[in-house]
Design a protein around this ligand. Structure first.
Ligand code: ZN
Length: 287
């Protein structure tokens, strides 16, 4: 399934001399993704499959033991009549090894941590303006990228044309074979480039699609986290924290390292209702 080109909306059948071309069916994945998968397959690397992902312990693997820096593990311990959920450090030699922490303690503490990252209403407004600005910048970049890619397509077409002309002029079968091989490579390159061109769509209509989910996360990471399923929760963790967070048996959660957007929001504070820019940060809007 992974190496079947047909899912990209393209077809090819080398045995019949049918080179890669657009089919008449809807693609499921992009050609670029397909090529990336092929590269991965050939590299022989396998993506790590996390065996320890579990709905019961969404923070397992993400919270590190502060003493040894290794991810804490989690599980259920058997009580007399009930099972109790807990997290613990399982590193041999660590001071905290096998000392369990109640799940509530780990997860309530985390909830508090995430809630502190929630910006005020005015900061939210500022963030929205920043996003809109960044979006407009990206839009003009996209237009530039598109014409650059179109130039590249024309360049490849020209190379193909030149090779075709050379084939006509040559009598040697080996040389013709070599040219044909090269042309096929170029044709593939061209398809990839054309797909990229197609994917750069005028972004104006998509502003809200893009901005709303991002702002929703920025405005209340905790709500998004709490209401999401496990993969969603893990995604929120990666979007909000630049590093795994550390938990100490003695001191609880240590200072977390949020990702840039949350760091920016946290570094801007409000005094008497006016925005205060942290030192060293350039103004975003003319004052
Ligand atoms: Zn430890």
């Amino acid at each position: 399934m992974l190496s079947n080109l047909v899912y990209t909306g393209y077809v090819e059948f080398p045995a019949w001399g049918v080179s890669r071309r657009k089919g008449h069916h809807e693609p499921i994945i992009s050609l670029e993704t397909f090529e990336r998968i092929q590269m991965r397959l050939h590299e022989g690397t396998t993506a790590a499959v996390r065996k320890d992902l579990n709905e019961d312990f969404p923070l397992r693997g993400f919270v590190l033991c502060d003493d040894c820096g290794q991810p804490m593990t989690a599980g259920w311990s058997k009580g007399r009549s009930k099972h109790y959920p807990y997290y613990l450090c399982d590193t041999r030699g660590c001071e905290c090894c096998r000392k369990s922490v109640r799940r509530d303690e780990i997860e309530d503490g985390f909830a508090e941590l995430l809630r502190t990252l929630q910006p005020t209403q005015e900061l939210y407004g500022l963030a929205k303006a920043m996003f809109t600005d960044a979006w407009k910048m990206r839009a003009s970049e996209a237009i530039r990228d598109k014409s650059e890619l179109e130039n590249q397509v024309r360049g490849v077409e020209k190379q193909i044309q030149t090779l075709l002309e050379r084939i006509i002029e040559t009598a040697s079968d080996t040389v013709i074979k070599a040219y044909e091989g090269k042309i096929e490579k170029l044709e593939r390159q061209k398809l990839l480039l054309e797909e990229k061109v197609d994917r750069i769509s005028p972004p104006t209509r998509k502003l809200d699609d893009f901005i709303e989910p991002a702002l929703a996360l920025l405005s209340s990471p905790w709500n998004i986290y709490e209401n999401g399923n496990l993969p969603f929760k893990r995604a929120v963790l990666r979007l909000v924290f630049a590093d795994p967070i550390r938990y100490s048996l003695k001191y609880g959660y240590r200072t977390a390292n949020p990702t840039i957007p949350f760091k920016m929001l946290a570094s801007i504070s409000s005094v008497n209702g006016e925005m205060v820019r942290p030192r060293g940060v350039e103004p975003l809007f003319p004052e």
